[in-house]
Design a protein around this ligand. Structure first.
Ligand SMILES: [Zn+2]
Length: 92
């Protein structure tokens, strides 16, 4: 699930934002488009190799949770679709 990260450039104080596509795994900095300064954002995003065991566990917990929510939603829709078509999913 992509997440937006907002921060402020330490040099020119402009607002910076980036889209976090990989569950906060990635390079722990944003480059300012205006002054080319690299701004560190390790509390938002960091390389997998730099993470400690607690953050790795939290990462997987979040991935599994989102996966269950998406998977459960698809399962419920399939069950509703089967009912609509006249099939009882419980009797398969
Ligand atoms: Zn800047």
């Amino acid at each position: 699930m992509p997440m937006l990260i907002f921060t402020k450039c330490v040099d020119c104080k402009r607002r910076l934002e980036t889209l976090d596509r990989y569950y906060s795994v990635g390079e722990p900095f944003i480059k300012c488009d205006y002054c080319d300064t690299y701004n560190l954002i390790p509390s938002h995003r960091t390389e997998w190799a730099l993470r400690g065991p607690v953050r790795r566990t939290l990462h997987w917990a979040r991935v599994v949770l989102v996966g269950c929510m998406v998977g459960g939603g698809v399962g419920l829709m399939a069950a509703e679709g089967m009912k609509y078509l006249g099939h009882d999913p419980g009797s398969l």
